[in-house]
Design a protein around this ligand. Structure first.
Ligand code: 9D3
Length: 249
């Protein structure tokens, strides 16, 4: 997968491939990161890429031309869809990560200041916008890094992907079950007995029940889109009944 990032802070974005799965993906040749700085695409002697907003108001707006030229550079190299990181975008989630990781190439455009000249959208230079959540960041770079990190760990052929099932269909869509490691007793707290039993069927069942219970408690919205097996629906009914019971007492 070829990822091109248009950013005023290329060094910052480059950091994402220095650690973890994105680093492994680059080393394996599954991921290639190109960084393009709009400052290298301005005619202005001061390399200025922003200007004051028409109509007034605080802050600065990124000019259309340096961004359009930077994006054209990426497009010429076979850039795939051009996605801009912006607070106004569609929410980037795991479904987006799966879709993007399946593409041969994608270009990510990072805004700074109050955003970019809206004519970039009108002119079709930007294909879509992505947001990484309802939070105000100071620019698109952290968003682009999130996209790269999420995609890198899904790329086929990346060492480690086969060994530790990244998106185990068994657990997909649910929160994780709790994990424990040594010691068996820690400050008076024991590891759940079942995990020490060696009974793998019982362990899987317990983990699945825990995942369901945690998801219902902390993120019930995640359960909406899932189709649970009759067995799982029964577990969840029992768990909910037990919670209601405890609440009454
Ligand atoms: C919504 C706030 N805007 C109204 C005055 C100003 C503004 C805030 C932050 C304009 C740009 C930005 C920079 N943010 C991003 O570039 C960004 C972002 C984000 O702020 N939140 C969630 N996802 C993203 S992706 C890119």
């Amino acid at each position: 997968m070829q990822v091109s990032v248009v950013t005023l802070f290329p060094d910052r974005v480059a950091d994402v491939v220095r650690y973890g799965m994105p680093r492994v993906a680059v080393e394996q040749g599954a991921l290639r990161l190109s960084l393009i700085n709009p400052r290298d695409h301005t005619d202005s002697p001061s390399r200025r890429v922003d200007d004051r907003p028409f109509g007034g108001g605080p802050g600065m707006v990124m000019e259309a031309e340096p961004l359009a030229r930077a994006i054209a550079t990426a497009r010429a190299a076979g850039a795939g869809p051009v996605l801009a990181l912006s607070p106004q975008g569609a929410r980037f989630d795991q479904a987006w990560a799966r879709r993007l990781a399946a593409l041969p190439a994608v270009t990510l455009v990072c805004g700074r200041y109050e955003g970019w000249d809206a004519r970039l959208q009108d002119a079709g230079v930007i294909d879509a916008e992505l947001s990484v959540g309802d939070v105000v960041l100071s620019g698109g770079e952290l968003g682009a890094m999130m996209v790269i990190d999420a995609c890198a760990r899904l790329l086929p052929g990346v060492l480690g992907n086969a060994a530790s099932p990244v998106e185990d269909s068994f657990s997909a869509g649910l929160l994780d079950h709790p994990q424990y490691t040594r010691p068996v007793q820690w400050r008076g707290w024991a590891v759940p007995e079942v995990l020490l039993s060696g009974d793998h069927a019982a362990i899987s069942r317990w983990r699945r029940q825990q995942a369901l219970a945690h998801t219902w408690t902390k993120r019930p919205d995640l359960l909406e889109g899932l189709s649970l097996s009759p067995q799982e629906q029964e577990w969840l009914r029992a768990y909910i009944a037990q919670q209601v019971d405890e609440a009454k007492r």
